[in-house]
Design a protein around this ligand. Structure first.
Ligand SMILES: Nc1ncnc2c1ncn2[C@@H]1O[C@H](COP(=O)(O)OP(=O)(O)OP(=O)(O)O)[C@@H](O)[C@H]1O
Length: 274
């Protein structure tokens, strides 16, 4: 039996446009160090919005101000002009609210504490253990591939393992933003590749916004949804470029024509920045 005739053709309701909130807003930022003849303009006129949940890699010649910009977001450096907001708060308020966590090139683990005790450390000094708003340190260790190494001491781990601990420690307070300053810069290429893949997986599992400084063009292209390219003397924004490569990405993407095209474009931009 036929159903009742349709009076109107069925039309799918248009999907609501998904507009990501802004995680970090950087407006006309200048940073100067020193006074008088010793004054150095590290950053000049930087404006960019980092969408919530984005993975943004920062690339540029040595001394262009990548670390300085990351440190402005992290409330480690005050801007000379302009403003930085983190989810609408000042960097200082965002730090107190534990909106972000920082991962440096050196894992900076406490040598006398086990892996698990290092990952749990932020819970001892912050409000998170009190409020219960934290990630399970053991589950994080599993996520970064260190299940079974909870009781090891840092000196018993490889450099790559130590960085994995540092990443787990950074994630334990469930920061909304992860600020990473060349976290894999001191690692051998194979370990770095593996950690790149793992970091993308962690990003996709946690939805954390990531700002990641690197010197490596392939690393910037492989990890980034966007690449923020800075030029030097003074540090200015060259380009905020979307990387048109699909997710999830595996290392095999680096052999594709599209990836080679992206890295060639980044190399050309980088040469223009010198
Ligand atoms: N505390 C400081 N005092 C004086 N000058 C500084 C300070 N920090 C950074 N600078 C200067 O600011 C500029 C930007 O430095 P920054 O470390 O941010 O660059 P970078 O792009 O991260 O460099 P690299 O890629 O070599 O790590 C450089 O000229 C640097 O010498």
């Amino acid at each position: 039996m036929l159903g009742a005739p349709k009076l109107k053709p069925e039309i799918d309701a248009p999907a609501a446009p998904s507009v990501a909130a802004t995680a970090v807003s950087i407006r006309n930022v200048d940073v100067r160090f020193g006074d008088g003849v010793n004054e150095v303009t590290a950053l000049s006129g930087i404006s960019v919005d980092i969408p919530e949940g984005a993975f943004v890699t920062m690339l540029g010649p040595s001394g262009c101000g990548k670390s300085t910009l990351l440190r402005c977001v992290a409330d480690l450096i005050d801007v000379s002009e302009g403003s930085v907001t983190v989810f609408g708060r000042t960097p200082s308020q965002a730090r107190q609210n534990r909106d972000f966590a920082f991962v440096f090139q050196d894992a900076t683990l406490l040598p006398w504490r086990t892996v698990l005790e290092n990952v749990s450390l932020p819970l001892e000094v912050g409000k998170h253990a009190r409020t219960g708003d934290y990630a399970d340190p053991r589950a994080l260790l599993q996520m970064v591939g260190l299940a079974g190494r909870e009781n090891a001491l840092p000196h018993e781990l490889s450099g790559g393992m130590r960085q994995r601990v540092a990443i787990a420690r950074a994630l334990v307070t469930r920061p909304r933003i992860l600020l990473m300053d060349e976290p894999f810069g001191a690692l051998d290429e194979i370990t770095r590749d593996r950690l790149n893949e793992e970091l993308l997986r962690v990003w996709q599992e946690t939805g954390t916004t990531i700002l990641f400084v690197t010197h490596s063009i392939p690393e910037a292209a492989f990890l980034g949804q966007h690449v923020l390219m800075l030029q030097a003397h003074p540090g200015r924004m060259k380009e905020f470029m979307k990387v048109d490569l699909p997710f999830p990405r595996s290392l095999a993407v680096r052999d594709t024509v599209e990836f080679i095209r992206v890295t060639a474009h980044l190399r050309k931009l980088l040469e223009e920045c010198l």
